[in-house]
Design a protein around this ligand. Structure first.
Ligand SMILES: [Zn+2]
Ligand SMILES: [Zn+2]
Length: 1010
């Protein structure tokens, strides 16, 4: 007896049941044990930031990671299953700042760096736990007690080694440059943090006059959208070869930028070069002694502004470059918090936004404002806190990228990307990458191990904790972990004897994630250290070991990694940068990447828009299998619309599968069927087909998993479910009613194989159904059963039935087009161009309710011919109408040379005619197949149609009355149904009636026979 299935699956309940059972039985541990020592599949997890509960989009990547690890596990591969948490940097710091209500770096420092670091660690531990629970609920099998945490000392030490290597190669330098800066976070951002981090913002749009010295009444007109930069202006740039003109009012413009103006004099730009002007804020202390020249600049754009550009080298990257060329002073007006320094008079202490109004008022007062308006434009914002960025001159630590660029491109050429065009995206990023800005002026992050010496000028880069201990001049006793503030209390000795302090900066978080192929696998570590990874801040939150170098040799590089596409410029990049530097090789052999998750209407999800769905909510409402189904079905190179609507649609589709299983269970129980290894009798042709079809499913799914392509898995599964339910079961109903053991066995076999092959995608449903249907001697878990072997299939049989199914489908369409319901029998079906179906006449008759099928080998192709008017009009003149009519009536003959003769005119089919495929009522075409019906009805057909309606009605009544499949009934019909009794035996058989009679009832009635 199989345990009966409910009418509908309760996904959430059955998933929780399976999770508990997996835990109780240690299924995952048993699987790992079974695979130990087997062939290796090395997966490297990209760390998830332990800073918030999971959102729906995290489930996408985690589903894909689990699907392929599960598949490989069932296939016997030994795997590591190490999950990773990202634990340092701005994400975590800003989260803690919010919790504590801190709003600036000053407030963090007042709060205390030690306490702040503790709070960051607490937050990481808290959310690592939440993420772990949510991931388990999603069905993710990982080695949850041995996660890596990027704030561990081990991870930090490995980055130190990498940085020391960069220093030894001469790649490390301190750049004095103009950088994009977040005034709220108080730090610069690097190139990879800027992409996609833009917002549409409204800013002032000012046209400002710079009065020329020695040219009374004449001014340069410049345009700016950042008024706050005007107090730092030192020059104005013109395009040397462009034409400039001065208006009657004395305003200078590029002629091209003001075509409506009347210019009283015109000169080339280079004639303006060297003139001097009065700066807009010359009275500020910061501007004392600054001369304002007009300088040449070939890159002045003539597509916006006035063609005269205001230059403030302290407030822009290009401006800063120009200051070097023309030896201009660099005035840096704002501090780390984006507020004006003291020598800026009334602006001191105010933000860039706060000074906008006073600047406009002041310019207006002095008649320097030509025009003021506003502009909406794309403007960079901080990826973490959404504050608009400003430019500042900063001293940042950089790693030179020039030398590593080509080796990284070479390494990328060895990587197999899925979908493959992402390989080119990676190449593009690498070709354009600038030097890596690795320093952040923050607190809870990787402490950069840089110790500059003021006496001898040498920079010492400490490469390990051991080296730090050797060089330390004190402070080791309080060094509980390699984080601020503790690390800052350990000075070291320079080779020259001076005592050195660490620079205050911490590192870019992508260093933390990029090093994990080394830190977690024990690269160059001489001896395995139990719990040796779980050091510093990670001590106590994980048991991860630090393996030895032999282990690294085994597991590096990763066979496969999978993350979102944006990781091309983040983790895929930083990992590759560090790996190619340390080993000359790519850290991964293949990559699966995917796009963005949107809401079901195609909008980005944002908590503040109220359309975000977090993982916990989705798992509780939709269930893990349906979520996984949705992600797996989706083509990963397109954005995915996620929501409850699409989830309901998937549940509806899964119901067909569920119903097939339930159908089997119900009839198998009636028949007392027990599955054995072989079919319990001779297979019928349809059974043979289903067994071949099942082989095909196994082969297709195996192939799709092997190439990391879940959309193909889901498509094949979908088609199989349709074949199973709408062909095999439909066509074999009668055999199931009769308890045919061979049909039951065949269906059982197909179902069990489908559970096995879809189990990586829907582990819960597959396990649940496997446990209901498995043979007694089969493993208890679908994941402990071996993956089905593939064998050669009878392709011609598969093609044959596929063709039959196509003809049936077209036949249904033809009936639908003619408005004739399927229960109405018809005289004849016409089939043109089918190869195999003549052997399946009986099935076609039955499926399409026709008495007869007429076959024609060649495709039925009918065309409509129309005159090509521009050609034939002039040639035929008034005879055109006659030719047109002949063609429409198909009154023409085909000539041996391929031309047509109509109304006495010979017509060339290419030049003279327009040929279209004819659309005929009652006919449907699909490639070479054409199917049509004879839609004429006679009395006999009509009577049979009524009988079929009655059968349908009686069976619905049986179901509504809750009768068991085997219950017999008596049927009473109204007198008006008497003529149907000509088919009484047919009716009896179809509705399991022992008697059908007429009486004075208004509607058909049934009664169960006790
Ligand atoms: Zn910020
Ligand atoms: Zn020194």
């Amino acid at each position: 007896m199989f345990q009966p299935l409910p009418q509908y699956p309760d996904h959430v309940a059955l998933e929780e049941e399976i999770l508990a059972w997996w835990d109780a039985e240690g299924v995952f541990d048993r699987l790992r044990e079974r695979n130990r020592g087997g062939p290796r599949f090395s997966f490297m997890d990209g760390p998830i930031t332990a800073n918030n509960p999971m959102a729906a989009h995290h489930c996408w990547g985690r589903t894909l990671k689990d699907v392929f690890q599960r598949y490989k596990a069932v296939r016997g591969f030994d795997q590591r299953y190490q999950n990773g948490f990202d634990c340092q940097g701005l994400w975590v710091e800003v989260g803690v700042e919010r919790d504590l209500g801190l709003n600036s770096k000053r407030e963090i420092e007042e709060y205390g760096l030690a306490e702040f670091a503790e709070r960051c660690k607490q937050r990481v531990a808290e959310y690592a736990e939440v993420i772990t629970q949510q991931s388990r609920r999603l069905g993710m099998w990982m080695d949850w007690d041995n996660d890596y945490y990027t704030h561990s000392d081990t991870n930090i030490e490995y980055i130190w080694r990498f940085l020391k290597e960069c220093h030894e190669r001469g790649w490390l330098y301190k750049g004095h440059r103009s950088v994009e800066w977040c005034p709220r976070c108080g730090t610069s951002l690097s190139q990879h943090e800027l992409i996609n981090s833009y917002a549409e913002l409204t800013h002032p749009s000012l046209y400002v006059r710079f009065p020329l010295k020695g040219r009374k009444g004449e001014s340069l007109v410049v345009w700016t959208t950042t008024p706050w930069t005007l107090p730092a202006n030192v020059a104005a740039a013109v395009k040397p070869d462009a034409e400039y003109g001065v208006t009657e009012g004395g305003d200078w413009w590029a002629v091209e930028r003001n075509p409506d103006a009347t210019f009283v004099r015109r000169v080339r730009g280079d004639e303006l070069v060297g003139l001097e002007y009065e700066g807009p804020f010359d009275s500020l202390p910061a501007q004392q002694g600054v001369v304002h020249p007009v300088i040449p600049w070939d890159d002045v754009a003539l597509t916006e502004g006035t063609g005269i550009v205001h230059i403030a080298p302290g407030c822009g990257a290009e401006d800063f470059e120009l200051s070097r060329v023309h030896d201009l002073p660099v005035l840096m007006p704002i501090n780390e918090a984006g507020r004006f320094y003291e020598p800026y008079g009334e602006f001191e202490g105010r933000s860039t936004e706060d000074v906008e109004d006073p600047i406009v008022v002041e310019l207006e007062r002095r008649n320097l404002l030509f025009e003021a308006g506003s502009i909406i434009h794309r403007y960079p914002i901080c990826w973490r806190c959404a504050t608009p960025l400003v430019f500042r001159i900063a001293d940042d630590w950089m790693i030179r990228a020039d030398e590593i660029r080509q080796p990284m491109l070479d390494a990328n050429a060895t990587v197999e990307w899925t979908p493959d065009f992402y390989s080119k995206r990676m190449d593009d990023w690498l070709r354009n990458m600038g030097d890596w800005n690795i320093s952040r002026r923050r607190y809870f992050g990787l402490p950069l191990p840089f110790y500059p010496c003021a006496s001898c000028g040498q920079l010492t880069v400490v490469g390990s904790l051991e080296e730090l201990r050797e060089r330390a001049t004190g402070g080791l006793e309080q060094l509980k972990e390699l984080h601020r503030p503790w690390i800052d209390e350990v000075p070291i000795r320079c080779d020259c004897g001076a005592e050195l302090r660490r620079v205050p900066e911490v590192g870019d978080a992508w260093l933390d994630a990029g090093i994990v192929p080394f830190s977690t696998l024990g690269w160059q570590n001489p001896e395995w250290k139990p719990r040796g990874y779980a050091t510093g801040a990670a001590a106590g939150v994980t048991n991860a070991d630090l393996p030895d170098h032999g282990y690294w040799e085994k597991w590096y590089p990763a066979d496969w990694v999978s993350e979102m596409r944006e990781q091309i410029r983040l983790w895929f990049y930083s990992q590759s940068f560090m790996s190619v530097t340390l080993t000359g090789r790519s850290p991964y052999r293949s990559v699966l990447t995917y796009e963005k998750l949107l809401d079901e209407h195609g909008r980005e999800m944002h908590r503040s828009w109220g359309n975000a769905i977090d993982a916990a909510e989705a798992l509780q409402n939709i269930g893990a299998d349906v979520i996984r189904f949705m992600f797996c079905e989706h083509v990963p190179s397109q954005n995915l619309k996620f929501g409850y609507g699409p989830a309901e649609e998937i549940k509806r589709r899964l119901l067909t599968f569920w119903n097939s299983v339930k159908f089997f269970v119900d009839y198998a129980n009636v028949a007392g069927f027990r599955p054995g290894p072989e079919a319990p009798g001779e297979l019928q042709p349809l059974d043979v087909w289903l067994l071949e079809r099942t082989e095909q499913l196994v082969a297709e799914l195996t192939e799709a998993y092997e190439r990391y392509w879940t959309p193909a898995v889901m498509r094949s599964f979908d088609v199989f479910v349709d074949d199973l339910s709408n062909w095999y079961i439909r066509r074999s109903r009668r055999r199931f009613w009769n308890g045919d053991e061979v049909a039951l066995w065949t269906l059982w076999h197909a179902l069990v194989r489908s559970f096995q092959t879809v189990s990586p995608v829907m582990p819960f449903l597959a396990e649940f159904l496997w446990r209901r249907l498995r043979a007694e001697d089969a493993p208890e878990s679908v994941f402990l059963a071996p993956w089905p072997e593939t064998r050669d299939r009878d392709e011609s049989l598969l093609e044959e039935v596929a063709e039959v199914r196509r003809v049936v489908e077209l036949g249904r369409q033809a009936r639908g087009d003619a408005g004739i319901k399927l229960r109405q029998p018809l005289r004849r079906l016409f089939v043109y161009g089918a190869v195999h179906v003549p052997r399946h006449v009986e099935e076609l008759k039955d499926e399409l309710r026709v008495k007869d099928v007429e076959f024609h080998e060649r495709p039925r192709v009918r065309f409509n011919y129309k005159p090509n008017l521009p050609v034939l009009g002039p040639r035929l003149g008034s005879a055109l109408r006659e030719v047109q009519r002949a063609l429409a009536e198909r009154n023409f003959e085909s000539l041996p040379d391929g031309r047509l003769r109509a109304a006495g005119h010979d017509l060339d089919p290419v030049d003279d005619l327009i040929i279209e495929r004819a659309d005929e009522p009652g006919w449907v075409h699909d490639g070479t197949l054409s199917v049509g019906i004879d839609s004429e009805l006679d009395d006999e057909l009509r009577l049979e149609g009524r009988v079929l309606d009655l059968i349908h009605q009686l069976n619905t009544m049986r179901k509504d009355a809750g009768l068991a499949l085997t219950d017999r009934i008596r049927v009473t019909l109204p007198q008006s149904y008497a003529d149907l009794l000509r088919h009484v035996d047919w009716i009896k058989e179809e509705v399991l009636a022992i008697e059908v009679a007429t009486d004075s009832v208004a509607e058909p009635e049934i009664a169960k026979v006790e």
